[in-house]
Design a protein around this ligand. Structure first.
Ligand code: HEC
Length: 275
């Protein structure tokens, strides 16, 4: 008769438990369509987009409009009129981006408004106005759900960061407020989206659509530039160095290098797993 030792029985038993354990808990490889089960809150996605938008707005305001004016490059709110050859103003640059987003397949909304708007179409109404009061008081973004629009919204302050913001608004005939001061919250950029969570692929689609929007806005400026008398040269050189403007590639490269690391940082910080 074969003697089966106790230790042999025990070893078999341990092996069986281990096999069951591995079978039950081993990670199952992800199928491609399961990737989207990893989601992040819409607030984080909209925050990333707003940070990128802020970089674009600053770059256009300072490096293109501010420095360009010193090189006699014209900017005018009526830039779209056929007989006016001039670049769009910073707020209009953002509006062009918003138009491009509207035409893209992503359902992102972007609106630059104020409670003292030059253009009455930019006035905040109803719940937007109420939420904007909080943005003005705290100088921080607010996140809310808009039942009217059935959309989640992220509203971030638009601050008078440079002197031309306040001089132009204070002197403008249509401006209902003429005592803007530097660093005032002049308005807010509102981002909207219909869902409360987004997958990573969806976030990348949003970021792509936004960058395409910046490109669309900048192209509109370059088109005006090409019609100017003695047009500034379009290439790698920026207006701060003379009568030049960056090409769309040079503008987008600068934008990407200024915003990509902060976007990644926000993403990593907000999706950090607590240990
Ligand atoms: C050369 C003039 C000029 C400069 C410089 C300028 N703006 Fe404006 N801004 C305008 C005009 C004109 C509009 C209205 C555009 C439109 O028709 O939608 C506007 C629109 C806005 C709006 C939307 C509400 C409104 O008033 O219609 C905000 C907010 C705003 N600007 C903030 C700023 C900030 C902040 C800066 C500086 C970073 C700035 N602006 C620089 C002229 C200017």
């Amino acid at each position: 008769m074969i003697q089966i030792s106790k230790s042999f029985v025990l070893s078999i038993f341990v092996l069986m438990v281990l096999a069951i354990y591995l079978f039950v808990t081993a990670p199952v490889p992800l199928k491609e369509n399961e990737l989207e089960t990893f989601t992040l809150p819409i607030q984080v996605a909209l925050q990333i987009l707003e940070e990128e938008n802020d970089v674009a707005r600053n770059l256009y305001t300072k490096a293109i409009v501010g420095a360009g004016k010193k090189q006699q490059i014209k900017f005018d709110e009526n830039w779209e009129d056929d007989d006016i050859i001039a670049g769009p103003l910073p707020a209009q640059f953002m509006k062009l981006t918003a138009t491009s987003l509207e035409q893209s397949p992503v359902q992102l909304g972007l609106f630059l408004g104020s409670d003292y708007a030059i253009n009455k179409a930019n006035n905040f109404e109803g719940e937007q106005r109420k939420n904007f009061q909080q943005v003005r008081e705290t100088r921080k973004p607010v996140f809310f759900y808009s039942p009217d629009a059935e959309r989640f919204a992220y509203m971030a302050p638009d601050i008078a960061s440079a002197k031309p913001c306040i001089t132009c608004h204070n002197d403008h005939d249509e401006s209902p407020k003429t005592d803007w001061k530097l660093n005032d919250v002049m308005g807010a950029a509102t981002w909207t989206y219909p869902k409360d969570k987004v997958g990573y692929k969806e976030l990348l689609d949003m970021m792509q659509a936004l960058r395409a929007g910046f490109e669309f806005s900048y192209q509109a400026f370059l088109k005006e530039v090409s019609l100017m008398d003695n047009p500034p040269k379009i290439g790698d050189i920026w207006p701060k160095n003379g009568r030049y403007v960056p090409s769309v590639e040079a503008f987008m490269d600068e934008l990407t290098s200024k915003s990509s690391s902060s976007s990644l940082k926000t993403l990593l910080l907000t999706t950090k797993v607590s240990t």
